[in-house]
Design a protein around this ligand. Structure first.
Ligand SMILES: Cc1ncc(COP(=O)(O)O)c(C=O)c1O
Length: 386
C-alpha cells in the first residue's frame, strides 16, 4: 500500500515510474474472447442468469478440466463466481467456521488466510524455504495437523514464489487428508502458467485420492488475460457447491452475463493465445533471471509458474545503512531509482521482493539495470559498514 501510494504521488508529479507491482497480465484479452462479450451485449444477453452461471458455462468449465486433466465433473459439481477470489471466499465460508484450524503456506497470497479469518476460523501456517525453492511438501502440513484441523489450502503455482507442489507430494497429502477427513482446497488460478512442463495434474491426484474432500478453485483471470471481467469457479462435491450457491445467491448472484459468454469462448475456443502468452512470459522469466542475478548481490531461482520473480535482497540489507528491511529496500528503490516492486512483507516473507514480469522486455531490462545498480550501491555500503 505504501509503495502504491508513492507510485501515485510520483506519477501525479509527472515522474515516470517503472512498475513491477502488477498482479495481472499486461496482455489484452484475446480478440475472440472480447468478440464473444460484444456479441453478448449486441444480442441483449444482459439479464440475470442462474446464480452459479449458465448451464453452457458450467459445461464449458467441466469440459476444459476433462480435456486438460482427464477428470469428470457434473453440472451440479461446479459454480461460476466473480473471480477465483470469490470462489475461494465462498469455499472458506462454506467449509470453515469458529474453532476450525485451516493450514496454508507462507510466503503466500494474503487473501487465502484473511478469508479464513473472515469465516471465523484460525489460519495456521507452514513455512516453505528459499533453500528448497519454496516447494510445497506434504510432511510439514501433516506435522501441523491437529484434531481441530478442518482444511488445507494450497496455491500452486504459488503467488508470490512461483513454486509448485509436485504430484507426488500432493498424493501423500491427499491420502492423509482422506484418512483424517480434512478438506483439501487447491487454488489453481495460475494453472495455465507453468513453464518447463513438470507434471502438474493436481485435479487427477485429488480425484484419485480424496475426491469427496477436494475443492478446486480456478480462474479465467490470469490464463486468458481477463482480470477485469471477473470470472472464476469452484469444482467440488455437489453439497459444497450447493452451499456455495446459497452463499453467492445472497451476496452477488451471478457473474456478469456478458462475462459468462466471453469465458465460454475462452474455455472452448483454441488455446493458442494461452500458449503464446506463456511463451512470452517464459522468455521474460529467463532474461529477467539472467539480468537480476548477474551482479551477485540479488539471489533468486527461476520460478516454475505464475509471472513473479521472488528475489532475495538480504545481501543489500543492513540496519546501519538505513535499509533494514525489504520494506525499506522497496521504498528506497522507488525514491532513488523510480522502480516499484512489492516488498516481501506483503506475503509474510521479509528479506524478499516480488517482481512481476507481466510487462515488456524493454521495461524489464531497464528496471533490472536500475535494480542492479541500486543493490550494488547498497551492498557496498553495507559491506563497508557505513
Ligand atoms: C494466488 C491467487 N489466487 C487467486 C487470485 C484471484 O484472482 P481472480 O479473483 O482475479 O481470479 C489471485 C489474484 O491475484 C492470486 O494471486
Amino acid at each position: 500500500m505504501k509503495v502504491g501510494a508513492t507510485v501515485d504521488r510520483l506519477r501525479r508529479e509527472g515522474i515516470a515510474v517503472l512498475d513491477f507491482g502488477a498482479g495481472e497480465p499486461d496482455f489484452g484479452t484475446p480478440k475472440a474472447i472480447g468478440d464473444a462479450g460484444h456479441a453478448a451485449i449486441d444480442s441483449d444477453f444482459t439479464k440475470y442468469t442462474p446464480v452459479g452461471g449458465t448451464a453452457d458455462l458450467k459445461r464449458a468449465i467441466c469440459a476444459r478440466y476433462n480435456a486438460d486433466y482427464g477428470v469428470s465433473y457434473a453440472e451440479n459439481e461446479v459454480i461460476a463466481c466473480a473471480g477465483g477470489k470469490q470462489a475461494l471466499f465462498n469455499t472458506a465460508l462454506a467449509l470453515f467456521g469458529a474453532g476450525d484450524e485451516v493450514i496454508t503456506h507462507l510466503p503466500g497470497w494474503p487473501s487465502l488466510w484473511e478469508q479464513v479469518k473472515l469465516a471465523e476460523a484460525t489460519p495456521v501456517f507452514v513455512r516453505t524455504s528459499a533453500e528448497e525453492g519454496f516447494a510445497l511438501r506434504a510432511q510439514p502440513f501433516i506435522d501441523t495437523m491437529t484434531s481441530r484441523t478442518r482444511g488445507i489450502i494450497l496455491n500452486s503455482p504459488c503467488n508470490p514464489t512461483g513454486a509448485l507442489i509436485s504430484e507426488g507430494e500432493l498424493t501423500l497429502l491427499a491420502k492423509e487428508a482422506a484418512k483424517r477427513g480434512i478438506w483439501l482446497v487447491v487454488d489453481l488460478c495460475y494453472e495455465k502458467l507453468i513453464y518447463d512442463t513438470p507434471p502438474h495434474n493436481l485435479p487427477r491426484v485429488l480425484d484419485a485420492h480424496c475426491r469427496d474432500l477436494a475443492v478446486i478453485c480456478g480462474s479465467a483471470s490470469k490464463a486468458y488475460a481477463m482480470t477485469g471481467w471477473r470470472c472464476g469457479w469452484t469444482l467440488g462435491p455437489a453439497a459444497v457447491v450447493a452451499a456455495e450457491n446459497a452463499i453467492q445467491s445472497h451476496a452477488t448472484s451471478n457473474v456478469s452475463s456478458i462475462t459468462q459468454k466471453a469465458v465460454i469462448a475462452a474455455l472452448t475456443g483454441p488455446q493458442a493465445p494461452v500458449e503464446a502468452m506463456l511463451a512470452e512470459y517464459r522468455q521474460r522469466r529467463d532474461r529477467l533471471h539472467a539480468w537480476l542475478t548477474a551482479g551477485g548481490v540479488l539471489r533468486c531461482r527461476k520460478p516454475d509458474g505464475a509471472f513473479y520473480m521472488f528475489v532475495d535482497v538480504r545481501g543489500a540489507l543492513d540496519e546501519g545503512t538505513g535499509l533494514a528491511s525489504s520494506n525499506d529496500f522497496a521504498q528506497a528503490l522507488l525514491e532513488e531509482e523510480r522502480v516499484a516492486v512489492t516488498p516481501g512483507e506483503a506475503f509474510d516473507a521479509p528479506g524478499f521482493i516480488r517482481i512481476s514480469y507481466a510487462t515488456s522486455l524493454d521495461v524489464l531490462e531497464e528496471g533490472s539495470r536500475r535494480l542492479a545498480e541500486f543493490s550494488a550501491r547498497h551492498a557496498t555500503k553495507s559491506s563497508a559498514g557505513l
